[in-house]
Design a protein around this ligand. Structure first.
Ligand SMILES: Cc1cc2nc3c(=O)[nH]c(=O)nc-3n(C[C@H](O)[C@H](O)[C@H](O)COP(=O)(O)OP(=O)(O)OC[C@H]3O[C@@H](n4cnc5c(N)ncnc54)[C@H](O)[C@@H]3O)c2cc1C
Length: 513
């Protein structure tokens, strides 16, 4: 523990509800500000959606696997004068994603810009120049949307108004697909460069082109992997948190937040405990927070309206499996595109239909770190975007059927022999996202990144109700994905006052003469 944080007596208290990356980052920032910090989460491990599953010698990261902007993690260690490299090894990947199309063709994306340009030239030479212009456009959005605004509070309407001219200039009214299509002609390359919103829960045809900044974010900072997986990154944070004296309570569900005179006083847990606090930072889904945890009359109308009309992101079906053999020719990250793109996304986002076809994000961590599986074997997860629970799909029936279709499709294409070599398989449906993480509608990424649910329109980082309540995480500004949720804690850092430490009264007889 830093010497200056060694004594909690007299420090004002912060309780963080939820131990996702947003909650972890917020807890560390509050601690660095001098608060006594307690973090409470209902999962058995820290990390929120970044849980770790282990079965029969195969290990799986349950959630995020692609690390972009690692400097955001480094900053959190630097708050305490620590170097992240002493806690976890983060390595850059040379090949970021391999896109595999339905006709068997592929597109390798990553490395230096020359590698990407060569791949584009192989498929459609006229798009080489278009790509350069797309990247320039993405950089303009990045400079404004990420560098200048991602850690700024957006709860004041005038602040939003001031951004309008910039948003118009950047054509925030256009979708990511429209933005990409303006510069790129070939359908396969359009698909490859427009999938980024799916990484934060949005349909590329509906998501504001502001999210096109992800493209430059990847180019500027690369795509990385934590050796040992995202779970190892979470473990590194947990070590830092414990060293700094942050109290962590796992397997503990918060049931209610007590409010007195429009200020949060305490948090009550399902096992009957009560944690008093001067400030509460919520990392749970904002719809759950405002609908379930706070007394209704303490929540502002703005938040009640947002919670009632919130459009949740899509659901996720994730199949975890090992193989008795290895597939060395399969990349670390593969985007396996199905036969349909726009129509499939329509089925998922608009029609609420679980189609027969699908696209897959296939994770093979053993490509970079063999410790994920027994020797000579591979560990995989296959993630398929699906409608969320509002579609009323019976997952007890459809889950096993979808699993079989995925195995058949991979066996017939990039994982030949999978049907006989698959081991230790199990899957997660949107129902588990609802039950485990209390994610409304079983959404994979909280509320969708539409324009009308972004910036000022998203759930504010300053609570819309009790005055000492703050929000971090995917449903708050700036949004989902690890860079987004870690930045949400930077916003709260700006809002949370420096802790005023009360000096303990020393009895007069102990004061030296
Ligand atoms: C399968 C998958 C793959 C992804 N891949 C990537 C990727 O590669 N790269 C990337 O950047 N992003 C990725 N994402 C998105 C990213 O993981 C999330 O946006 C981010 O981790 C969400 O963090 P968060 O801070 O919002 O908290 P969450 O991870 O949502 O954690 C919130 C925690 O609060 C707990 N909680 C809820 N209610 C209560 C309560 N009442 N009491 C106590 N605890 C409670 C939940 O159980 C959970 O543990 C992925 C997401 C998923 C699901």
């Amino acid at each position: 523990m830093s010497p200056e944080l060694s004594d909690d007596a007299g420090r004002p208290r912060v309780v963080v509800i939820g131990g996702g990356f947003g909650g972890i980052a917020a807890a560390l920032r509050a601690r660095a500000k001098g608060y006594a910090v307690t973090l409470i989460d209902r999962c058995p491990r820290l990390g929120g959606r970044a849980q770790v599953f282990e079965k029969d010698g195969f290990r799986h990261d349950a959630g995020p696997t692609v690390l972009t902007a690692p400097f955001l993690f480094e900053e959190l260690f630097a708050l305490f004068g620590r170097n992240i490299a002493d806690y976890v090894k983060i390595v850059p990947l040379k090949l970021w994603y391999r896109f595999r199309f339905d006709d068997g063709d592929h597109f390798d994306y990553g490395g230096g810009i020359e590698d990407t340009l060569a791949e584009i030239a192989r498929i459609h030479p006229p798009d080489v120049e278009g790509y350069r212009r797309l990247l320039e456009h993405s950089q303009r959005i990045y400079d404004r949307g990420f560098t200048e605004l991602s850690d700024r509070p957006f709860h004041r309407f005038w602040f939003m108004l001031k951004q309008v001219p910039h948003l118009l200039r950047l054509r925030a009214d256009r979708s990511v697909w429209q933005m990409v299509s303006k510069y790129i002609q070939h359908d396969k390359i359009r698909q490859a460069f427009s999938i980024q919103p799916l990484l934060v829960g949005g349909n590329p045809f509906d998501t504001t082109s502001i999210y096109g900044l992800i493209h430059f974010l990847e180019r500027a900072h690369g795509v990385h992997f934590a050796m040992g997986g995202t779970g190892a990154l979470v473990a590194a944070f947990e070590k830092l948190m414990r060293e700094q004296g942050i109290a962590i309570h796992l397997d503990t569900t918060v049931q209610a937040i007590e409010v007195e005179q429009q200020a949060v006083r305490a948090v009550r847990t399902a096992d009957g405990r009560r944690f008093e606090a001067e400030h509460v930072i919520s990392n749970v889904d904002p719809v759950h927070l405002y609908d379930r945890l706070l007394p209704r009359d303490t929540v502002k109308l703005s938040a009640r309206i947002k919670a009632r009309h919130a459009e949740q992101s899509m659901g996720l079906f994730v199949l975890f499996f090992g193989t008795e053999r290895s597939y060395p020719e399969v990349a670390h990250h593969t985007i396996w595109m199905g036969p349909r793109y726009r129509e499939l996304l329509n089925d998922i986002f608009h029609n609420g239909v679980l189609a027969e076809d699908f696209s897959i994000y296939l994770h093979r961590p053993t490509a970079t770190d063999p410790s994920f599986a027994p020797a000579g074997c591979d560990s995989f997860y296959a993630l398929v975007p699906v409608p969320n629970l509002k579609a009323g799909i019976d997952w007890s029936v459809e889950g096993p059927r979808l699993q079989q279709r995925i195995v058949d499709a991979l066996d017939a294409t990039i994982l030949p022999g999978l049907k006989t070599s698959i081991r230790a398989d199990f899957h997660m449906t949107p129902e588990q996202f609802d039950q485990r993480y209390l994610s409304p509608a079983g959404a994979g990424f909280s509320i969708a990144p539409h324009f009308h649910q972004s910036a000022w329109f998203r759930f504010h980082n300053r609570g819309e109700g009790p005055r000492n309540l703050y929000l971090v995480g995917a449903g708050s500004h700036p949004g989902a994905g690890l860079p987004g949720v870690v930045c949400s804690a930077k916003v709260v850092d700006r809002l949370l006052p420096q802790a005023a430490v009360r000096v303990r009264q020393v009895p007069a007889r102990l004061v030296p003469a």
